[in-house]
Write a protein that binds this ligand. Structure first.
Ligand code: ZN
Length: 386
């Protein structure tokens, strides 16, 4: 069983799952004004057919691109996903990038798509101002409490720690969580002024790390690792999309003796470094190609952006090579939709792109039927289930 925003559901009943998406998000922390003076003039405009061409290759040029907040548009996008055979979306929007579990609940009710939401903190530039005062055990406890009590939406989806007298014993497994411990304890009863929405996270993540992993990010990751170990919960770790910090992340996680079959290393498909990916895979984690449909070229390095993206054709070739080396059961695929331009409503390819097009592309580049089946269906279920 796993927590969806509408309650527990059997993992076998989730249908086709996208493991790493964002239905609502505010990623404006990644925006900085472009140096090109003509682009600077329009960078605060709303996206329209007239200007969407500018962000086709460089998504970082317009601030509006980084906000997904319109319920009607996202309802439409999810319905399209469902019409093409989609079953479940794992929404990785967590603390710092505008998590809103009640909005997700409305989306699930309106569209019939299962939605699973995440817990824990995003990258350091989005941490709350008091983050430095937290210890890694506090962070672990915050995550554990979300699985126990539900997310406190009155506090903007922020996590909060009840006094120790109200903290129940840590259960031994994830199945002992929300159902039995959601009970009578609410944020009001422990005086936090929040509104208990009885919506429980299903995964930990995406836990944010930056180009250089800061001490605070390390603490956030360690806290998440403690909770991951306690709950045996699935976890996603966000990496700076360029570079090889996955190795650093694994080294930080190692002392916690996690089951690496529960850990997903995200964003490994921006630069396709096979040797690096093999090192990660040999540690037993899942490697996630979650930039499917993003074929960006960013001419102006600076701000968050740090270089070009691989193309989908190159991703298919890389997936084929990894399958040939025997890693097919450790690869996950997703679009990481976090930009307006990726939606059908803004001329993009939407949540259905992998099922409609990318699957065919993998076939064309020689990935076998059985490996495609693993990558699209079996692996995500195994990651959630084991
Ligand atoms: Zn991410």
């Amino acid at each position: 069983m796993i927590n969806t925003v509408l309650g527990k559901k059997k993992i076998e009943d989730l249908g086709y799952i996208l493991p790493h998406e964002h239905i609502f998000i505010d990623l404006t922390n990644e925006f900085s004004e472009p140096k090109n003076p003509e682009m600077a003039k329009i960078c605060y405009d709303e996206i329209s057919l007239k200007n969407v061409g500018y962000i086709k290759l460089n998504p970082y040029l317009m601030k509006d691109n980084f906000i997904l907040d319109n319920e009607d548009i996202m309802t439409d996008e999810l319905k399209i996903f469902k019409a093409h055979g989609g079953g479940t979306i794992i929404d990785n929007t967590n603390i710092g990038i505008n998590r809103d579990p009640l909005k997700l609940k409305r989306m699930a009710e309106k569209t019939g798509v299962n939605i699973i939401c995440g817990s824990g903190y995003y990258t350091g530039d989005t941490f709350p101002s008091d983050f430095s005062e937290k210890r890694e055990n506090d962070i672990a406890e915050e995550i554990l409490n979300e699985f126990r009590y539900g997310i406190s939406v009155g506090l903007g989806g922020q996590m909060s720690i009840p006094p120790s007298s109200l903290r129940p014993q840590i259960p031994k497994s994830l199945n002992d969580f929300s159902g039995t411990l959601g009970g009578d304890a609410t944020p009001q009863t422990y005086g936090l002024g929040g509104q208990d929405c009885k919506i429980f996270p299903g995964i930990i993540g995406e836990i944010g790390t930056s180009k250089v992993i800061s001490e605070n990010e390390k603490k956030s990751l360690c806290g998440a690792a403690i909770a991951c170990k306690e709950l045996h919960a699935p976890m996603q770790v966000h990496l700076h999309p360029w570079g090889t910090t996955g190795i650093d992340v694994i080294n930080i996680l190692k002392p916690f003796n996690l089951d690496f079959e529960k850990v997903v290393i995200c964003h490994t498909d921006v630069e396709l470094n096979i040797e690096y990916m093999e090192k990660l895979l040999d540690m037993g984690v899942y490697v996630q190609f979650d930039n499917i449909a993003k074929e960006f070229f960013i001419p102006e390095a600076g701000g968050y952006a740090d270089g070009p993206f691989a193309s989908d054709r190159e991703r298919c070739v890389c997936i084929k090579k990894l399958c040939d080396k025997g890693y097919a059961s450790q690869i996950l695929l997703s679009n990481d939709i976090c930009l307006k331009q990726m939606l059908h409503n803004y001329g993009g390819l939407g949540f259905d792109y992998i099922l409609v097009t990318f699957k065919e592309m993998m076939k064309f580049y020689g990935v076998s039927h059985s490996d495609i089946n693993k990558i699209l269906f079996e692996n995500t279920i195994n990651w959630l289930k084991k």
